[in-house]
Design a protein around this ligand. Sequence first.
Ligand code: DUC
Ligand code: ZN
Ligand code: ZN
Ligand code: ZN
Length: 480
Amino acid sequence: MSLLIKNGNIVTHDQAYRADILCDNGVITTIENSILETSSMEVIDAEGLLVMPGGIDPHTHMQLPFMGTVAIDDFESGTKAALAGGTTTIIDFVIPNPQQRILDAYHQWREWAEKSACDYSFHVAITWWANSVYQDMKTLVEQYGVNSFKHFMAYKNAIMATDEMMIASFNRCLELGAIPTVHAENGELVYHLQQSLLERGITGPEAHPSSRPPIVESEAANRAITIAAAIGSPIYIVHISAKQTVDAIQYAQNNGHRVYGECLAVHLTMDDSVYQNTNWEYAAAHVMSPPFRPKVHQQALWNGLTSGTLHTTATDHCAFCDEQKAMGKEDFTKIPNGVSSVEERLTLLWNEGVNKGRITANEFVALTSTNSAKIFNIYPQKGAIQIGSDADFVLWDQNRNKKISLKTQKSKVDFNIFEGMKVTGIPVCTILAGKVAYRDGDVIAQAGDGRYINRDTFAPYYSATKLKNQINQAKAVDRK
Ligand code: DUC
Ligand code: ZN
Ligand code: ZN
Ligand code: ZN
């Protein structure tokens, strides 16, 4: 059956116009002023609504085994929450245990993700280094459509990547046409600060931000950028939360380095006052890394987005219930890190961004969808409303109000850090591959409706670097 979306106001990253859209076999086949409906079409009247490309969340952790527990939203509940929030594609993370073959970990995650209700893809984390890792990276790129590898510069004694590992891996990424990404926090410093806080008897969640101050993030970002620059590789930095990091990225970009920056909807909307709450459960619910920051950093993130220094918004969705958070009751360093927001990202960005005049509706589309599709090389299959693009849409009512609440959320977590927040501008219908996946509070898509998305290599960067190397080599030969 084909799907006809009539009378909508189409908004993409660079256009806004009124047209009808016809979808067949999961892709867009016609975009015209007026398309005649026939009996073989399911028709959606989008009068008064914005029709935008479905959201792409480039950073989620569904059912992640982490810090002695497993994130509560699995690939079914987490992707249903995504659809309810207007997101149609997630890029999650395969995180191998150190010494685990990364190809084995990849297959494990693929199996877990078969129950996804929205489309999905994977970044693969480099948590150790050996010849098998070097080999498996090639297999992942060439046979499994992986074009990005993640490096955790934090989490010492667990998954932390050292400089030596990053140098080897960034080099390998460049050879393969993949992009390295980093969680930028100096893991040695975080460890040191955590121990000294504990030694002073400070054990509660209020210590969490003190153990991970902004300089811990900007130092690591600078170091990762330097390694990438020395190698000649682009780099993507996840969940930037601090002004100093935005400044470091801008400086590198001004010097010709291809640095991409991501920030989280939660960091844009919430500040560090949450850790001062004397209710342990409340403060612990907000423990994530990097932590929430003072307001001045939020402004720097918004400035980074509007100036083009930062490119994407994500969630780092990693949901833990109150009893999981309680694992750190005696020691804040044992509180599982992570918050839930895959369902709220778009509405938060609209409410705080578009409604407050910080970004335009076109920029909203770029920041929630198109830029991620371009950076991770799935544009215009995703992130676009073009003939041949996947028929993934969010139908947006910019005048509808909602109070965010645990009572209506799809996520399995047992609290909502945005409880009671009033927002204006919400998704009323989400369409995945030409089928209604969510409408008016109900998720219609089923487990398994999501498809795995292959991502191709970055030939242009690779060719440019290869060409530069060839020229340098030729020059070296000339000089001999
Ligand atoms: N930060 C979190 O808060 N959770 C998951 C992983 C991470 O880096
Ligand atoms: Zn991270
Ligand atoms: Zn993460
Ligand atoms: Zn509970």
